[in-house]
Design a protein around this ligand. Structure first.
Ligand code: ADP
Length: 188
């Protein structure tokens, strides 16, 4: 685990399963249907239970009949999870594994809008998975840099959250995030 403090916010990297986290909110790397899927999305829906799906259906009906756009975020309760809320966001799909400038901006928006929504809801502790680096094929190291950069920018601009965690599922993902954080801190 790695833990650093920026202003009044702790930024933590850890290896683990996000469905076990007890932060107030966990973020779901959802797809635009918001109806569940594979990877972390599937794990969150299966452990959180049908309540999350019901709320997602309601959001689709009322707010996003054509699906949740990439980079946007919505919130449901956490159902049977320890986390009280799930923030569902959609990251970009990286064709041929390339994080182009356009995809990078969309990834940035997914992290930023998740944190913005957390703040609006008065949530002070949030856990993120590594958005877009599984089925959506974005390269881990570059995506990690974008993720960490965005979160650090948010902390510096919006002094509200107490703790932001990245809960990384594999050793490799953890190592890449750790390397990206070191590099970012050296650059700053
Ligand atoms: P995406 O479609 O956004 O790429 P995926 O769920 O396929 O989303 O993968 C995103 C990341 O989530 C991958 O690094 C994957 O290893 C990780 N992951 C899968 N299950 C979990 C889990 N239970 N907790 C945390 N991370 C997970």
């Amino acid at each position: 685990m790695e833990k650093i403090k920026i202003n009044d916010t702790y930024l933590i990297l850890k290896k683990g399963d996000i469905t076990e986290e007890d932060t107030e909110a966990i973020v779901n790397a959802a797809n635009s249907s918001c109806m569940g899927g594979g990877g972390v999305d599937g794990a969150i829906h299966s452990k959180g239970g049908h309540k999350i799906l019901e709320e997602c259906k309601e959001i689709r009906r009322k707010q996003y009949p054509n699906g949740l756009p990439t980079g946007e975020a919505v919130i449901t309760t956490g159902g049977n999870l320890k986390a009280k809320y799930v923030i569902h966001t959609v990251g970009p799909i990286c064709l041929e594994g390339k994080l182009t400038l356009e995809k990078k901006e969309l990834l940035r928006r997914a992290y930023w809008n998740s944190l913005k929504l957390a703040k609006e809801e008065g949530i002070k502790t949030v856990s993120f998975p590594s958005i877009s680096t599984g089925a959506y094929s974005c390269p881990v190291y570059k995506s990690a840099k974008t993720a960490l950069e965005t979160v650090i920018d948010f902390i510096k601009k919006e002094d509200f959250l107490k703790e932001i965690k990245f809960v990384l599922f594999t050793d490799d993902t953890y190592k890449e995030y750790s390397k990206a954080l070191k590099e970012l801190l050296n650059e700053r």
